[in-house]
Design a protein around this ligand. Structure first.
Ligand SMILES: O=P(O)(O)O[C@@H]1[C@@H](OP(=O)(O)O)[C@H](OP(=O)(O)O)[C@H](O)[C@H](OP(=O)(O)O)[C@H]1OP(=O)(O)O
Ligand SMILES: Nc1ncnc2c1ncn2[C@@H]1O[C@H](COP(=O)(O)OP(=O)(O)OP(=O)(O)O)[C@@H](O)[C@H]1O
Length: 361
């Protein structure tokens, strides 16, 4: 049964829109919504790079009367500057309406409204999902999807969410988005007292040793999260050095990001919540406790920094989909692997070595 979303009316995604593959993570695909001009001249899509134009899929014609009335109310334009986020077909993730309900009930109250990306529900025509899946197979053949995401497609379900595209400045000014996953901002409560690596660095060390994939393919965090909450700009700069290099971030933008992070109360709040909401480690946690699931969600959220030439103009948290208890087996297995394999104590050397804040302590 769908959870209640108050008096909110769930919009149907209008058929006039074009969807352009934008990005994807482990659990969701994200599409840029392109709104055609009313006179038929699609000037907004003309501004897109050629590759994006080729990859765009027009939403299927939908005969619904509701849709027709929405069109009359010029609702289509309200999709301008938005992204559509659709769930992949996996067993451990939460259905979109439930995720939205959980976000509003458990996660949103922990932050100020302006610190969050606010998703809203949208109803999707199933035929559109089939078309998008066909397109995903094509993108895969053309090597336009990250290799590690290949073979995973959209779930056939009726809802997705839309949200503001943070890369789209309402005044068309230029801005770049730096995305960071703060991950575990404190040591895992299950880690041995002798640990010389934090949970994120221990997991990175384990994965690095266990795979032949390159760091880009693995998408493993290239910094120690414990340094993220350092007020020391030089230390922060050093910790983010690899990430900045991988993403070709200019020296000026690096400086803006570092000075934002050094003074960020948002990161301090996430850390405080991770520490206090449910201080028991995964090995002894109750998988159905919502505080535990909230903490696990906060250990995997994304921080988006919007940076203009003048400095950081905003920071928002995204990917606040409440984790499912179905993930418990995986979390326990990961923690056991890190403890039993001594990954909390071990360090990698050579080019793969990324300093952990605990090493020096
Ligand atoms: O296990 P972790 O800490 O590596 O986190 C997973 C993430 O890996 P990361 O280390 O951030 O690269 C992983 O991210 P990527 O695959 O790296 O994009 C997912 O976010 C995964 O969550 P879910 O499958 O979307 O529910 C995350 O799984 P959860 O443990 O948060 O459920
Ligand atoms: N509001 C937004 N504005 C701009 N880009 C976004 C936005 N939301 C998501 N993205 C882009 O889409 C990508 C995938 O989105 P998202 O993090 O929601 O996927 P996910 O599958 O839930 O991630 P994970 O792998 O952490 O589970 C992000 O890494 C980011 O590049």
């Amino acid at each position: 049964m769908s959870p209640p979303l108050g008096s909110e009316r769930v919009l149907q995604l209008p058929s006039e829109l074009k969807l352009v593959y934008r990005a994807e993570g482990a659990a969701n695909l994200v599409y840029k919504i392109v709104v055609p001009e009313c006179n038929g001249v699609d000037s907004r899509i003309l501004g897109l790079p050629e590759t994006e134009q080729e990859d765009s899929v027009e939403t299927k014609q939908c005969s619904s009367k509701i849709l027709a009335s929405q069109m009359n109310e010029h609702k289509v334009d309200s999709f301008h500057g938005k992204l559509l986020r659709l769930r992949k077909d996996q067993t451990h993730t939460t259905a979109p309406l439930q995720a939205l309900y959980d976000f509003r009930r458990y996660l949103a109250p922990l932050f100020r409204a302006e610190e969050l990306i606010h998703p809203t529900a949208v109803q999707i025509d199933k035929a559109l999902l089939l078309d998008l899946n066909t397109e995903l197979r094509l993108l895969e053949q053309q090597n336009k999807r990250p290799i590690i995401r290949a073979g995973m497609y959209l779930r056939q379900e009726s809802y997705g969410t839309i949200m503001d595209d943070l890369g789209h400045a309402p005044d068309n000014s230029s801005r770049i988005i730096i995305e960071l996953k703060p991950k575990w901002l404190l040591q895992s409560p299950d880690a041995p007292r002798t640990a010389r690596r934090c949970r994120t660095c221990a997991l990175r060390a384990y994965r690095t040793a266990a795979t032949t994939q390159s760091p880009e393919q693995r998408r493993i965090s290239s910094f120690c999260p414990l340094y993220l909450i350092s007020p020391n700009e030089a230390r922060l700069s050093q910790a983010l050095h690899r990430k900045f290099a991988e993403e070709h971030v200019s020296a000026q933008i690096q400086q803006h990001v570092v000075s934002y992070l050094a003074n960020s109360s948002l990161l301090q709040r996430i850390r405080h919540l991770q520490a206090t909401l449910y201080p028991v480690g995964v090995l002894n946690a109750d998988p159905n406790n919502t505080d535990f699931l909230t903490v696990m969600t906060l250990r995997d959220c994304s921080l988006f920094l919007m940076v203009s030439a003048d400095g950081v103009i905003g920071a928002k948290l995204g990917d606040l989909d409440m984790k499912s208890p179905a993930r418990m087996k995986h979390w326990i297995a990961t923690e056991r692997q890190l403890i039993d394999g001594c990954w909390y104590d071990m360090s990698l050397s050579g080019t793969e070595h990324i300093p952990c804040a605990l090493e020096g302590s």
